[in-house]
Ligand binder design. Structure first.
Ligand SMILES: Cc1cc2nc3c(=O)[nH]c(=O)nc-3n(C[C@H](O)[C@H](O)[C@H](O)COP(=O)(O)O)c2cc1C
Length: 371
């Protein structure tokens, strides 16, 4: 049993988690996790956009019982939260993605495993303590199509429930702190899904981030809508498209068979000055018109941010960096605690706005304040 009981020394919110995590990580790891692209305008906007959304809470509703459950692609979650795919989690803790997967399942949240994980598809699948837990595999399409196909087949064989194609990274965004640090994985850490199959790993590059170089050398910048058909022919897994910011792209993704769309700017790590994902959400919800589920990530740090995202029409949210801060501080228990903080905040925000269940959270609760 994981003990996440209130303790005076535990962080009380996700911002405190970030501050505390800093001293548990090398400078290179903290910079890699926290940074955004170029001037980090989008990274900041992802947060400030949430502050501009104002709530119109509903009064005199009996909120003595509240239910946070949602269903996403046919699977029930105990709260509308999925851990975003994030590379290199063993930089935060030796158990890396295995600890994150256990924590997500324990908390009734979902998890998406990155192609660039430091624990393999199979190692993470082996932690499955509940056949119901929502676990998806995130895919980057490599230039080597055979390698890409093998990744999809392994994810399907290992029991992942959906394939999440990231489409906002034909090249890696330029994160200048990683460039300055000449980011590379410390010895002993590898691309667990790829070194065992192809020997591929992050190179050390003078004057450049090794990850930037890896993307340029190995990942395909020529993926188009036509490839979605090929991808869907590789396995029966439902397709999720991650990294959409435009309504026309979202409608196209649904038309091409995507069962869910993740509105995301990659946590401000790809195109700097791209719109804050929460601002892109309403138009996308309207364009998709229930033809696919719509999820959103970027800058969600409070339970009340989750409420705002759901009020704008998202079915569920993804949480990125705060999970890494929890992992860095206290491994699996740290991740459980981060999710617990968000659950408690969302629960309180629902009570204070007159919502007893997720379906009660509707667009009448939000007003966007442009000033
Ligand atoms: C350290 C780090 C690594 C990431 N790696 C991946 C990845 O491998 N694949 C992917 O699709 N997105 C990746 N992302 C983006 C996240 O999935 C997610 O979109 C973003 O972190 C959400 O924003 P937030 O961190 O503000 O919650 C990464 C983000 C971070 C912070």
């Amino acid at each position: 049993m994981i003990n996440t009981a209130n303790h005076p020394l535990l962080p009380i919110n996700l911002f405190e988690y970030e501050q505390r995590a800093k001293s548990h990580l090398s400078q290179m790891a903290f910079d890699y996790y926290s940074s955004g692209a170029w001037d980090e305008v989008t990274l900041r906007d992802n947060r400030t956009a949430f502050d501009r959304i104002k709530l119109l809470p509903r009064m005199l509703v009996d909120v003595s019982k509240r239910d946070l459950k949602v269903t996403v692609l046919g699977q029930t979650l105990q709260l509308p939260l999925i851990v975003a795919p994030m590379a290199f989690q063993c930089l935060a803790h030796e158990s890396g993605e295995v600890a994150t997967a256990k924590a997500a399942a324990y908390s009734g949240a979902g998890m998406i495993l990155s192609t660039l994980s430091t624990k393999s598809i199979e190692e993470v699948a082996a932690t499955n303590n509940s056949t119901d837990s929502l676990r998806w595999f995130q895919l980057y399409i490599h230039k080597d199509k055979g390698l890409t196909r093998a990744l999809v087949e392994r994810a399907f064989a290992a029991g992942y429930k959906a394939l999440c194609l990231t489409v906002d990274a034909p090249m890696l965004g330029q994160r200048e702190r990683d460039k300055r640090n000449e980011f590379v994985l410390p010895s002993g850490l590898h691309l667990a899904n790829l070194t065992n199959m192809s020997g591929l790993d992050i190179p050390h590059y003078s004057g450049e981030s090794g990850l930037f170089a890896y993307f340029a050398e190995q990942l395909s910048p020529s993926v188009t809508w036509h490839d979605l058909e090929w991808l869907q022919s590789l396995s029966p897994l439902p397709l999720v498209v991650k990294g959409i910011l435009r309504a026309d792209d979202a409608a196209n993704a649904a038309k091409c068979g995507a069962k869910a769309i993740i509105v995301s700017n990659h946590g401000g790590r790809q195109l700097d000055s791209a719109i804050a994902s929460i601002e892109a959400l309403p138009d996308i919800v309207a364009a998709v018109d229930n033809d696919a589920a719509v999820l959103v990530d970027g800058g969600i740090r409070r339970g009340v941010d989750i409420l705002k995202a759901l009020a704008y029409g998202a079915d569920c949210v993804l949480i990125g960096r705060p999970i890494l801060w929890g992992l860095a501080l206290n491994g699996e228990a740290g991740v459980v605690h981060v999710i617990e903080l968000l659950r408690a905040e969302l629960d309180l925000a629902m009570a204070l706005s007159g919502c007893t269940c997720i379906q009660d959270i509707d667009s009448s609760l939000v007003r966007y304040n442009h000033s």
